[in-house]
Design a protein around this ligand. Structure first.
Ligand code: F6R
Ligand code: MG
Ligand code: MG
Length: 386
């Protein structure tokens, strides 16, 4: 077992909401468990856990097949198909919505589900945190990842721990142009911020320790709307972070979430709101279909066994973050259909709003055209009235 690589795969999908887009039905979770237990029984998986956040089912799996394994991806796909059947029987909302295709082609990437996977040699003790979010997008991890791995005001280890002092490499993906670039921090921190401050387009995919030469974090970067070319639900993302011994401590990994930063994805994928850290039991976004939620499940790996979870945000020390998030939610809601609560026009491209715009397009007249520049309406003034 020593030095044998283990793969941690987190694959998620929204295959039906209970009620609306708020949560998942217990029967769906039961079905997902039974499919994964069966795969464990026949040795495909070492271990598995079914996590939920809002209307998303998250399959957390360990195995020896490496990332992008067809066997593991097809297991996840089949699990979601079977869970969809349950959702259909109960006529749950949006049953099967994230399964974009009916034919599986070897890898769930590009087919709807979100994927974060990493392969590594398990350390003598291997603490990992699996983050799952609802009503937001992959770029939501940019801010906390920057704080965990590049901000000494968040992570004391960047200053104190000699194994962290040289910093980390950040692989950033451009989701629009399908390109990637790697930044070395702290040296290229300002260059990186130029991009990751636009989380709707530039997303941190993975983080590596320079000193340990190890992967430290990875995220899902799928954007359903970019794949389907239209609004078809949310890209609620997942993330895996390894912790301790030359990587940020568990507390440093969780600390960024004590500040509920604003993320895109609330109501109709069209609004910005605070990301509220909650326990799995409290991850049932209902107010205005939100506000966006994040759950953090901690596991110790023991030869691939998932010892856990520790549902971190159930800790009272995140109460103030929740209070702040609710305060911010009140504030943002008061803005109604105005930016920056509603997303800017470019971000609305993949929502249903362009259909409304299209209808009104013919009524717009050019301001540069002589014929239309004249005043159309003469105001009626009091002296005109007999
Ligand atoms: C979905 C979501 C929801 C829906 C909203 C409208 O994850 O965030 O806010 O966008 O409930 O859903 P439809 O258009 O299906 O009625
Ligand atoms: Mg949904
Ligand atoms: Mg969701």
């Amino acid at each position: 077992m020593e030095n044998q690589k283990v793969t941690l795969s987190v694959i998620k999908a929204d295959v039906g909401g209970f009620v609306g887009h708020s949560s998942v039905h217990p029967d769906m979770v039961k079905k997902a468990w039974s499919v994964l237990e069966e795969a464990k029984g026949r040795g495909l998986l070492i271990d598995a856990y079914v996590g939920t956040v809002g209307d998303d089912v998250n399959l957390i799996m360990t195995h020896r097949r490496g990332v992008d394994s067809e066997d593991i991806h097809s297991l996840a796909w089949n699990t979601f198909l079977q869970v969809t059947e349950v959702a259909k029987e109960l006529k749950l909302y949006g049953a099967g919505q994230d399964l974009l295709s009916t034919a599986f082609s070897g890898n769930v990437k590009g087919m709807g589900p979100g994927v974060a996977e990493m392969e590594f040699v398990e350390r003598p003790s291997e603490p990992v945190v699996v983050f799952m979010a609802d009503k937001t997008e992959p770029g939501a991890w940019n801010f906390p990842l920057f704080r965990m791995f590049a901000d000494p005001f968040n992570t004391a280890g960047l200053v104190i721990d000699p194994k962290m002092h040289d910093g980390f490499l950040f692989e950033v993906h451009d989701l629009i142009e399908h390109k990637k670039i790697t930044f070395s921090c702290p040296e290229e921190m300002y260059d990186m911020l130029v991009f990751i401050g636009t989380p709707g387009r530039y997303v941190i995919k993975s983080v590596y320790s320079k000193t340990l030469n190890e992967i430290a974090a990875t995220t899902s970067t799928q954007r359903l709307s970019l794949m389907a070319g239209r609004y078809i639900g949310k890209d609620d993302p997942v993330m895996i972070v390894r912790a301790q011994s030359g990587l940020p401590a568990v507390g440093e990994v969780l600390e960024p979430f004590a500040f509920p930063h604003l993320v895109a994805g609330w109501m109709r994928g069209s609004h910005c709101g605070p990301l509220m850290p909650v326990s799995m039991a409290d991850a049932r976004p209902s107010r205005f279909d939100g506000p966006p939620r994040v759950v953090a499940l901690g596991f110790q790996l023991a030869n691939g066994r998932l010892v856990g979870p520790n549902d971190f945000f159930s800790d009272k020390s995140f109460d103030r973050a929740r209070e702040m998030a609710n305060f911010l939610a009140d504030y943002m809601r008061r803005l109604g259909p105005f930016e920056p609560h509603r997303l800017p026009m470019e971000e609305m491209e993949y929502t249903t709003m362009p259909e409304v715009l299209e209808k009104l397009a013919p009524r717009f007249q050019s301001l540069d055209d002589e014929a239309t520049r004249r005043v159309e309406y003469q105001p009626v003034v009091a002296s005109d009235v007999e």
